[in-house]
Write a protein that binds this ligand. Structure first.
Ligand code: SF4
Ligand code: SF4
Length: 63
């Protein structure tokens, strides 16, 4: 089982890059302009979001 992204709300600027870059469209910007993993079941742990985040707000969990 691959890891899943954890998003640090304090570091997320709401830029939306990870939302655009996720190949599986698992991420959306939430009400506070913080990225949210909305499709946990579809996320394959590819870490594209982690690599694309300019503020390093995303950390992949170890699973
Ligand atoms: S790990 Fe990959 S599939 Fe999962 S949210 Fe990030 S970019 Fe999308
Ligand atoms: S790329 Fe990073 S800063 Fe931008 S919305 Fe995603 S988690 Fe937030």
């Amino acid at each position: 089982m691959a890891g899943k992204p954890e998003i640090d709300a304090d570091e997320c600027t709401g830029c939306g890059i990870c939302v655009d870059e996720c190949p599986n469209e698992c991420l959306e910007l939430g009400s506070e302009d913080v990225a949210v993993l909305v499709k946990d079941d579809i996320c394959d742990g590819c870490a594209t979001c982690e690599e694309s985040c300019p503020t390093e707000a995303i950390t992949m969990t170890e699973q």
